[in-house]
Design a binder for this molecule. Structure first.
Ligand SMILES: Cc1cc2nc3c(=O)[nH]c(=O)nc-3n(C[C@H](O)[C@H](O)[C@H](O)COP(=O)(O)OP(=O)(O)OC[C@H]3O[C@@H](n4cnc5c(N)ncnc54)[C@H](O)[C@@H]3O)c2cc1C
Length: 534
């Protein structure tokens, strides 16, 4: 009897261990949805760990969102460490940026000023910009850990305020305010649509990183060149395969693209939120995720590239790099084209981009050209054509990139960094430090690949139990002379003192410029208001 029992135990043990060996030997598999840089990174990292990976991309081409620049500016390894690691790994050569493009320039009523020119020729504007930068830096410094921007109730309260309200308090002179608005809407979104906490957190992340670090080199061919380097490494890519549904069960996932169903152990969803909202998930996402899919703000930015036979600006000034105009021309990049000639990329952002929704491509190009010719008559005979990218109206992104609106950090902070059962999420919008950038997309792909491996190893990603943050106290309980909010708004006016004493209430979003410029009855003169008078 005892012998039989021992034999039985031995058989069971052999069965168990051979089953485990079988599970261990099976090549783990993953499907990556989305062939932008985030999805490409996730697929590449998993494949290099021995996973069997299938990448599904909706469009016929790979690479996802990429700007129109033919020779994209990129940061050095201080500003964009992960990007630089991949450039090295794939041996992609960059060209060092010439010194004069590494700091921003300004186009004020059509006249170009370098940062140094501005200090001597427009001292009031230069001083106001400095005051703005100093106040913003103080605000950024108040965040200890950019991964926990809402760490205390005072900071939490900043999430309820929009950036425009904060700027109003600074009382900048008109030109400085226009330039600041332009810079913010180009990098994020319209100031009135942005959470002040998000803006502060982003400035905390980039604290100590100068414009010179951010524009250190040029990548000939731009981000599509990096995307192609990933594509070359991947074994299984299916383009023109829009995913419509994902079903998870205890054994794996089935991903539906057209009439084909793909099966794997795990999925990485590397698509923007608006695209994710269109994919049916079983079991469904919870209420918080669904609200985030619908409500998270994306900055708007459209790009218009005007092509010229020769760099017509050279005679006037060595204009290049990032140039902020105080008129609706937005932010301009002027760059030598790869095949000779010169390109001007006009970045129309924020509410300027929203207003332009109503206009056709050609109409928009004509209006921009009229303004450019007024400033630069020598450009007239040199123009050869245009390209346009309207991310704002692309149903797949619904904007250019993530830019948290008021109240949204409080609701959705780091939500997509947590896998949901067998699904991990990637994409610029899921990166807490560098959203809206190539760096963020690459980092998110690495993180999601790591999480899928952790899931396979049995790790759980149950939500952390976080203590709820209390309502904002009267702000004079905070640090420093004069109270946190008066320091924050850069002054000690009576108004600021009142703000210091009263608990902060959520500010309703204001879209003043949109109201004035975009109202139907105001159509006549629309372009002159938008682009500045001739
Ligand atoms: C105008 C503009 C200028 C920018 N400038 C800079 C810059 O100067 N520096 C910088 O660092 N970053 C810049 N960025 C940001 C950078 O381009 C993005 O952060 C990055 O490309 C996002 O990559 P991603 O993989 O997260 O998303 P995406 O590139 O959008 O990739 C998502 C992919 O998913 C696919 N997809 C969507 N739905 C489905 C579906 N149902 N099934 C299958 N596939 C699907 C899409 O077709 C797409 O290919 C800029 C962005 C824009 C729009």
């Amino acid at each position: 009897m005892a012998a039989a029992w021992v034999r039985l135990c031995a058989l069971v043990l052999i069965g168990v261990s051979s089953g485990a060996a079988l599970a261990k030997d099976k090549t783990p598999s993953a499907i990556v949805v989305g062939g932008g840089l985030a999805g490409l990174t996730a697929a590449y990292e998993l494949q290099s760990k021995g996973w069997q990976v299938t990448l599904l991309e909706a469009k016929s081409g790979m690479g996802g969102r990429s700007g129109l620049a033919t020779s994209e500016w990129i940061g050095n390894s201080k500003a964009q460490p992960v990007l630089n690691q991949y450039l090295d790994r794939f041996k992609l050569e960059t060209l060092p940026a010439p010194e004069f493009v590494r700091t921003p320039g300004y186009l004020i009523d059509g006249e170009y000023f370098s940062a140094t020119d501005l200090a001597t020729k427009q001292p009031a504007t230069a001083e106001a910009l400095k005051r703005y930068e100093k106040t913003l830096d103080d605000l950024a410094r108040s965040i200890d850990d950019p991964l926990k921007p809402q760490a205390n109730s005072t900071l939490f309260a900043l999430d309820q305020i929009n950036v425009s309200t904060w700027l109003d308090k600074l009382q900048l002179p008109a030109t400085a305010r226009q330039l600041v608005n332009q810079q913010i809407r180009t990098r994020y979104d319209e100031p009135s649509r942005l959470s002040l906490l998000y803006f502060a957190q982003q400035n905390r992340v980039y604290r100590g990183i100068s414009d010179r670090d951010l524009r250190a080199a040029r990548l000939p061919g731009g981000s599509p060149v990096l995307a192609q380097a990933f594509v070359k490494q991947l074994k299984t890519i299916k383009t023109s395969s829009p995913v419509t549904a994902i079903v998870q069960d205890k054994d794996g996932v089935t991903v539906k693209a057209g009439s084909v169903g793909y099966q794997a152990d795990y999925v990485v969803m590397a698509v923007p939120l608006r695209a994710l909202a269109k994919i049916q998930m079983t079991p469904g996402l919870d209420g918080q995720h669904l609200a985030a899919l619908k409500g998270t703000n994306y900055g708007w930015r459209d790009q218009l590239m005007l092509k010229f036979k020769k760099p017509v600006w050279e005679s006037r000034a060595r204009m290049s790099g990032e140039i902020f105009s105080n008129t609706g021309l937005g932010m301009l990049w002027i760059e030598p084209a790869l095949k000779g000639g010169a390109n001007v990329v006009i970045n129309l952002s924020g509410d300027n981009a929203r207003l332009l929704q109503a206009f056709g491509d050609k109409q928009m190009v004509d209006q921009v050209l009229i303004r450019l010719h007024a400033f630069y008559p020598q450009a007239r005979g040199s123009y050869t054509g245009y390209e346009i990218k309207r991310y704002s109206t692309d149903a797949g992104t619904g904007g250019a990139y993530l830019a948290y609106g008021p109240g949204q950090i409080s609701k959705y902070w780091r939500l997509w960094e947590r896998p949901v059962q067998r699904v991990a999420f990637a994409g610029e919008h899921t990166d807490a430090l560098y959203p809206g950038t190539l760096e963020g997309a690459l980092r998110s792909g690495q993180r999601a690949a790591g999480q899928v491996q952790d899931l396979l190893a049995g790790k759980s990603f149950e939500p952390e139990k976080v203590a709820p943050v209390a309502a904002a106290p009267a702000a004079n309980t905070s640090k420093g002379k004069g109270g946190f909010f008066s320091n924050l708004f850069g002054g000690g006016s009576e108004q600021d003192d009142k703000a210091d004493k009263a608990p902060v209430k959520a500010e309703p979003e204001k879209h003043e410029e949109a109201k004035h410029e975009g109202g139907k009855q105001e159509q006549p003169g629309f372009f002159s208001r938008l682009f500045g008078a001739l």
